[in-house]
Structure formats: structure tokens, C-alpha cells
Design a protein around this ligand. Sequence first.
Ligand SMILES: Nc1ncnc2c1ncn2[C@@H]1O[C@H](COP(=O)(O)OP(=O)(O)OP(=O)(O)O)[C@@H](O)[C@H]1O
Ligand SMILES: [Mg+2]
Length: 366
Amino acid sequence: MRQTPFRIALLVIAILAISLFHYFTPLHLHHIHDIFQRLYYLPIILAALWFGLRGGVGTALAVSIVYAPHILFQWGGQLTVEMEKYLEILLYNVVGFLTGLLAQRERERRVELQRVAEGLEESYRKLQQQSERIIAVEEQLRRAERLSTLGEMAAVLAHEIRNPLGSIRGTAEILRDDYPAGNPKHEFIEIQIRETERLNRVVEDFLRMARPQQSEKKRCSLREELETIVTLTAGSARGAGIELVLEPIEGELPLMGDGEKIRQAFLNILINALQATSAGGRVVITARRTDGRATISFGDSGAGIPGNVLARMFEPFFTTKADGTGLGLAVTKKIIEAHGGTLEVESAPGQGTTVILTLALLPEGT
Ligand SMILES: Nc1ncnc2c1ncn2[C@@H]1O[C@H](COP(=O)(O)OP(=O)(O)OP(=O)(O)O)[C@@H](O)[C@H]1O
Ligand SMILES: [Mg+2]
């Protein structure tokens, strides 16, 4: 584009220069006139190549106009005598038209080809992205398969562990009667009972996750469930010096679901938030209705979650806690998704964490 003015100037100069020499060449030097007459093809063809049909025809016309006075006034302009010169003018225009047309077609084809090439490149890029995605999904699938066989085995194992665990706990409780408080062995028995309880909880959690039990869906109130979990944890929050706030909720926020499970899911999130927050910090729960869905958020002023943990925190058994099972969020996610809900986590290290859930609601008052 930038060379357009330069090219036009070159064409104008060429035509003017040829004409100047042409007009000032004495008439008896026929052969020199013949040469100049042919030289006009140069700017015409150049213009056709550079500017296509318009360039070719335009330049041929310009040459015709510049050349005509020479024939008319210097040569006398008689049609029969100067026939060859008139034909030359006709030829200028034919050549300008044809070369212009050809050049234009050529250029159009080039543009077309370029477009095709760009399209191909785009398709290639998409294909590459897609195959990368396929590879990633395959990898996930392989991992899921591995996890699911592992999971099945572990579920059997968990089941087998549960019964002896019951016996251990039972006998420990009997022994406790023999070593009442104050006895030096009492403490050991207490530890035994506490640890079996913990183990039992892990196994229960795990089984709950591994076996999708039929859950009973009833009308329940999100507000009630949230109030319940806040009541349940208020004591330990106070003990840890954390301010636990449930912001006022408008309406019941009723939904169709398994209230017990939903409470369990909320509790897992809230316990994580409390565990992540140190004394003097805050955990705030909000819930509101928007377009038939509830949005519930659990915000904490804890340490936040680094990217590598964020990417894995929903994986079963992923934990950063010494005594964690890593099942809390995996179970939670499963419960929320079984209720057609969504779950996302916003967090930045040092800025706390907010877990946001959405769940479909029933109309208020039903
Ligand atoms: N609010 C939070 N702030 C910071 N980290 C969190 C938060 N919630 C979850 N995490 C991180 O996600 C990990 C997984 O959480 P999850 O609840 O699944 O397991 P857990 O809390 O470690 O163990 P469990 O819940 O079984 O006791 C946690 O170990 C923790 O690192
Ligand atoms: Mg947890």
C-alpha cells in the first residue's frame, strides 16, 4: 500500500518522458517514432501488473489521450494514412485490458490461496488443541480407572475394617470400666477409644463416598441446615477465637434434596474454613436467592490456598493436614453434584478463601 503513490508517480513520469521525446523527435526519423510508440506498452503492462484491470485500462486510456494529439496534429491525422497508429492506440487498450484482467485474476487467486492457507493453519491449530485435550482426557480417564479399581478394593477393605473396629471399641469400653478416671491406664483406654472412633469416621466417610447410596429427597430448608451447622460449630469457633457469622437469610430457601447430606456437605466446608482460620480471624456464611437458585458462600480470612493445592483439593485422599483424611471435599462435591448444584473455590494465598455453592431452589412457601 505504501508503494502505491511511488508507483503512480513512476508511471506518470514514464508516460510523460516517452511522450516528450516522442513529440520532439523530427518526423522524418520514422524508426525512432516506432520505438517510442512501442515504449508506451511498458507503463501500460506495469500498471496492469501493479493495479489490475483498473490500472491497465486507465493507463492505456491515459496513453491514448497523450498520444492522440501527436497523430492528429503532427502527422496530420488522416485516417487512411495513419491507420497503423490508430490501430496501435486500439492495441494499447486491448493490452491494458487483457493484462489487467489476467493480473487481477492472478491476484484474486493469490488472496484466495492465502485465505485457504490461513484457514488450514487455523484448522491445524484447532486440531492440535483438540488432540492435546484428548490426551489430557485420556490421562484423566486412565487415572479414574486406576482410582476406581483402587476404590473398589478399598471399599471392600473399609468394610472389612469396620467390624473388627466395632469389636475393638466395644472391648475398650468394657476395659474403661476397670480403669476409671484417675487410674494411670485410664488415659490409654481413652486414646484407644478416640482413635477407633476416628478410624471409624474415616471408614464411614469413605464408604459413603464409594457407594452411591439411594438418597431420599424431601423438601428441606437451606436456612435451617445452615443454622444447624453454625450452632454445631459455634462452640469450637469461639474456643479457637474465630468470629463465626451467619448473615441474615431472607426466606427459607427450600429445596428438594437430602437434608442430612446437604448438612454434611456444608459442615465439611465450614470445618475446613474454621481449620484454615487462626485466632482473631473471621468466617462468614451468606446465602441468598437469585433466579430460582441459592448461592451460598463460606468466606474465611485464613491463609488461602496455593495453586498446587487448589488444583487437587477435591481429589479423594488429598490432604495437607497431619490428621486429615482428604475425603471432606471429595464427599462434599459428590453430594452437591448429586443435587444438581455447583461448587467453586476462590482463593489466593494470604487473602483467605471463599467456597461458593449454588443449588436449585423450590419456590418460597411451597
Ligand atoms: N478454606 C480452606 N482454606 C485453606 N485450605 C483449604 C480450605 N478448604 C480446603 N483446603 C485444603 O484442601 C484440602 C482438602 O480438603 P478436604 O476437606 O478434602 O480434606 P481435609 O480437610 O484435609 O481432611 P478431612 O476433611 O477429611 O478432615 C485440605 O487439606 C486443605 O489443604
Ligand atoms: Mg476437610
